[in-house]
Design a protein around this ligand. Structure first.
Ligand code: NAP
Length: 329
């Protein structure tokens, strides 16, 4: 690939990703006095922006809409000088010999190329697909990965939600505001979701469950008309559920494809970051849903991000020879 020569500024830190992790890293880095650029996706949005209600982020006892929360994050980080641009980042590579300065990274986007001494990866994760016949064909025609976006189309209709985690149950509850019946199809006989969400789902008269069942096919002509499920314990209970919509929430897949040759990842593609949010590549840090960890929440993304920004600050100050804390690693 032809390498475009850059004449733009050399940033201290470039953050890739505009979700809670990226914006918190942006807040801390810019408030810490670093020249910081945040690149948010141009063709994708953070999962949180399509979340109707976040009710476990501290400080908002009534809960807060995900989009509103992100707007608050942006306002706060911009107050400290963070520059936010939209560009889909395709590649990150070491700066080549002869480039000034020689240490640092090239960040290549669809619109522009950028330069920085350090990079923080906060690329998040995206919805995993089921991979069954009919799923791709009916995206936008009854298959959805976003209840907030598409729920209102299903007023007084019947829908299926696939999955048994927090997302599936939370979104199923949200869908009951519109749909007259929501069937949660789950491959086991118990939910993975947190007990509070389970209680709410079991108490909701509009929610039914198809336990021990997997989706085999999503059927229809022009739009979804039914979801064919197979009961894993009792094949005789396999059937087609006649519905207008299928909402798929079967977990996440990390947005790390473009950095898998650059930083070490686990077997699922999540970036391996240490307790200081350092990756295997010097000068590259990571935080939020894209890293390998136990709990993916807004609050944990923010925590990782503050650490990543502070580590990046120490790294940059060390490079420039003006470290205050006095650490060299
Ligand atoms: P998740 O916790 O990984 O759950 C995925 C669910 O999909 C599981 O029930 C899993 O079944 C099922 N599944 C996976 N692959 C499947 C397949 N091929 N076919 C059928 N079912 C499949 O994912 P998530 O619910 O999206 O949550 C992701 C993270 O965000 C979690 O850390 C979660 O706690 C967090 N989150 C938190 C909140 C909240 O706090 N309010 C809300 C949303 C998300 P098994 O159970 O059998 O593995």
């Amino acid at each position: 690939m032809e390498q475009k020569k850059e004449s733009g500024p050399v940033y201290d830190v470039i953050i890739v990703g505009g979700g809670p992790g990226g914006l918190t890293a942006g807040l801390y880095a810019s408030r810490g006095g670093l020249k910081t650029l945040l690149l948010e996706g141009e063709s994708s949005v953070s999962q949180i922006t399509v979340t109707d209600l976040v009710e476990n982020y501290p400080g908002f006892p009534e809960g807060i809409n995900g989009y509103d929360l992100i707007e608050r994050f942006k306002t706060q980080s911009r107050q400290f000088g963070l520059t936010i641009l939209a560009d889909d980042i395709r590649e990150i590579s070491p700066r080549s010999e002869g480039e000034e300065p020689e240490i640092g990274w090239f960040v290549k986007g669809g619109r522009n190329n950028y330069r920085a001494l350090a990079v923080i990866l906060a690329t998040g994760a995206n919805w995993r697909r089921l991979g069954v016949p009919g799923e791709e064909a009916f995206v936008g025609k009854g298959v959805s990965y976003c209840a907030t976006c598409d729920g209102p189309f299903y007023r007084e209709r019947e829908v299926v939600v696939v999955g048994g985690g927090d997302t599936a149950v939370q979104e199923a509850l949200f869908l009951t505001r519109f749909a007259r019946k929501v069937t949660i199809v789950h491959r086991r006989d118990r939910l993975r979701a947190t007990p509070l969400l389970q209680e709410r789902a079991f108490a909701n008269e509009r929610i039914e469950f198809a336990w021990d069942s997997v989706v085999e096919e999503i059927q229809g002509k022009d739009f979804v008309e039914g979801v064919k499920i197979k009961n894993l314990r009792n094949p005789e209970m396999s059937k087609v559920i006649p519905v207008d919509g299928a909402f798929v929430f079967v977990g996440l897949t990390p947005n790390t494809g473009f950095v898998r040759q650059l930083v070490a990842c686990d077997e699922s593609g999540y970036i391996l970051a240490d307790s200081e949010m350092k990756t295997s590549a010097k000068g590259i840090f990571a935080c939020g849903d894209c890293i390998s960890k136990l709990l993916r929440q807004v609050v944990t993304a923010c925590g990782d991000a503050a650490t990543a920004a502070f580590s990046a600050q120490l790294y940059v100050e060390d490079l420039k020879g003006d470290t205050y804390v006095g650490r060299s690693s």
